[in-house]
Design a protein. Structure first.
Length: 296
């Protein structure tokens, strides 16, 4: 592997099975992830918060990613809301139901709090919580992770308003059809609120870093940082922007057409590609390996 593209060894067998009809594609679950940005030091542009998945993880162990996860059905519950309307978000995200749009935005905010300790919410529509440290905050965060507490109830109990205006929709990627666990994932950008600090709150990560997108991409190109295609693609797309504010402004014009991997058989090779992202095209010799493995 000349770069850091993560590639599961069971993919060729699964692709062949999908092609011959012995494997059926599962419906992807909605998910959200957030590229959390802060001003870098030394005038070198913004830094993005990334976490490294534990090497013991069956799916993408050792790969770098962003805070994120699946939508909880309760993310559709009525919630204190600020920013663009749910209808406006539905139009931007390409979904028909405003309740679904709310759930995707809520998942982005909730997962960022669960995995990085950063909360994009405040007492009013124009403010943000300045400090989320302390035992009481940690107890609530743990209850959210355990799904013992709905995000809407968490906000209501603390008298907080979800700040949807602090998010910018950036990209949308869908897990390939041959994967056993699939996600339809919206990527968002957001700036680290003043006064708040990130920390490694995820049980799935063994390291977190603040790193400039260009530096992370260079590490990937050298084969030093392992990443999946959506991660490195979004990193590269951030490189032109000199500040978090500039990235948020640019989010209004980002193309949210979903990116879905395509696979085809050519002779004794599987050709795997992501439309619009030629750098990820793979030519993999077919094998007789059994279908297996796990994915997220």
């Amino acid at each position: 592997m000349s770069n850091g593209q993560w590639y599961p060894p069971e993919w060729p067998a699964r692709i062949r099975a999908l092609a011959d009809g012995t494997l059926a594609a599962v419906t992807p679950k909605r998910a959200a992830t957030v590229l959390l940005l802060r001003d870098g030091t030394g005038g070198g542009g913004p830094e993005v918060h990334m976490l490294r998945r534990r090497a013991s993880m069956a799916f993408a162990g050792g790969a770098y990613a962003y805070p994120g996860g699946g939508v909880d059905p309760r993310d559709e519950h009525p919630v204190r809301w600020a920013g663009p309307s749910r209808e406006a978000w539905a139009d931007r995200l390409g979904v028909a139901d405003p309740a679904v749009a709310q759930a995707i935005v809520c998942a982005a905010v909730r997962e960022t709090y669960e995995e990085a300790g950063v909360l994009l919410a405040g007492p009013t529509a124009g403010s943000v919580v300045a400090d989320t440290t302390g035992d009481d905050w940690e107890a609530d965060r743990a209850a959210l992770v355990a799904r013992e507490l709905a995000f809407a109830d968490f906000l209501d109990r603390r008298g907080l308003v979800l700040r949807s205006d602090l998010l910018g929709a950036w990209a949308r990627w869908i897990t390939p059809e041959f994967e056993p666990r699939r996600y339809d994932t919206w990527f968002f950008v957001a700036a680290l609120p003043q006064g708040q600090q990130t920390y490694n709150a995820s049980t799935e990560a063994d390291r977190t870093v603040w790193i400039r997108p260009a530096d992370a991409a260079a590490g990937y190109d050298r084969g030093e940082l392992l990443m999946m295609p959506p991660t490195i693609a979004t990193l590269r797309s951030l490189e032109p922007y000199g500040t978090p504010v500039a990235a948020l402004d640019a989010a209004r014009h980002q193309d949210l057409a979903p990116v879905l991997a395509q696979a085809r058989l050519e002779g004794d090779e599987v050709v795997l590609s992501w439309p619009g992202h030629d750098e990820f095209t793979k030519h993999v010799p077919t094998t007789d390996a059994p279908i297996g493995g796990s994915s997220a």
